[in-house]
Design a binder for this molecule. Structure first.
Ligand SMILES: [Zn+2]
Length: 274
């Protein structure tokens, strides 16, 4: 059998496109700010139970032979250089040292290069730069539309994401295989919000990872089986149970973007996972 060597290092028998096999790619973890927070009680955890009550904010970029996906846009780039006390929103102090746009430029990716934009959900710490990426095709969960461009948009979201109303939009309703080869899949995980979604990425060397979005915030929510009280009845228990089964089935790891322990250990852009 004829074998090709792919740039991911794999010996593959599938056709090669521009030096890549059809199943290789890169995943970047991008620093999109920090939320300074001291009320883990809102997540049904005590201060003694959480190692760190602050939350990093991560954005994720997937490079696939068929295109590029940006998952979440983090805290607004306009926060860079501003003091914490100017930017406290809903009890969360927002700090940002580097822009998303600048970090993408550092790895050679401009907004015009991004094929697809997907947001885990509509909250301000995930949509802060959405307006900069409305030239991409927006993969929008039907159940979240109303909170992003519909009648129930939060003013903090509208301030940074109103441009989505004019983006080329592909409305999806449930799981969505982004590039059609099952390596990059949006997983519908309602509960934190009605149209919340997580992202599964299968990489040649790293294996499978499931980017949780806000299905979990603190890693202790998972180990101690806790969640915000209001989410007990909005779908989070079923979404978490489904994802735990999915992780076992795919032999995948769970990445919790807001978890300090995850973010500290992660290879951050300009490094990457492949
Ligand atoms: Zn969040």
């Amino acid at each position: 059998m004829y074998r090709f060597e792919c740039i991911c290092g794999g010996q593959v028998t599938t056709p090669v496109t521009e030096g890549r096999c059809l199943h290789c790619g890169r995943l970047y973890v991008i620093d999109c700010g920090t939320l300074v927070y001291n009320r883990p009680e809102d997540y049904n955890l005590t201060r003694e139970e959480v190692a760190d009550s602050n939350m990093p904010v991560a954005c994720f970029l997937v490079i696939h032979p068929k295109g590029i996906l940006l998952f979440d846009t983090g805290l607004s780039d306009r926060l860079v250089g501003r003091p914490l006390y100017e930017n406290v929103l809903e009890g969360y102090g927002q700090i940002k040292f580097n822009t998303l746009k600048g970090q993408l430029a550092d790895i050679g990716v401009g907004p015009e290069d991004i094929t697809y934009l997907a947001l885990s959900h509509s909250h301000f710490d995930h949509v802060g730069n959405a307006n900069d990426y409305v030239g991409s095709i927006w993969l929008a969960q039907k159940a979240e539309l109303d909170l992003l461009i519909g009648a129930h948009v939060d003013p903090d979201t509208a301030a940074v994401a109103a441009g989505l109303a004019h983006a080329r939009t592909r409305v999806i309703d449930g799981d969505h295989d982004v590039f059609g080869d099952a390596t990059v899949v949006l997983k519908y995980t309602p509960g934190h919000t009605p149209g919340h979604q997580s992202l599964y990425v299968k990489l040649a060397k790293t294996g499978g990872v499931l980017i949780a979005g806000d299905l979990y915030h603190y890693s202790e929510e998972r180990t101690l089986k806790r969640m915000p009280a209001e989410e007990l009845v909005t779908g989070t228990p079923a979404s978490r149970a489904m994802i735990e089964r999915f992780l076992i089935e795919k032999h995948a790891r769970l990445w919790i973007g807001h978890s300090t322990s995850f973010f500290r250990e992660a290879i951050k852009s300009p490094g990457w996972y492949e």
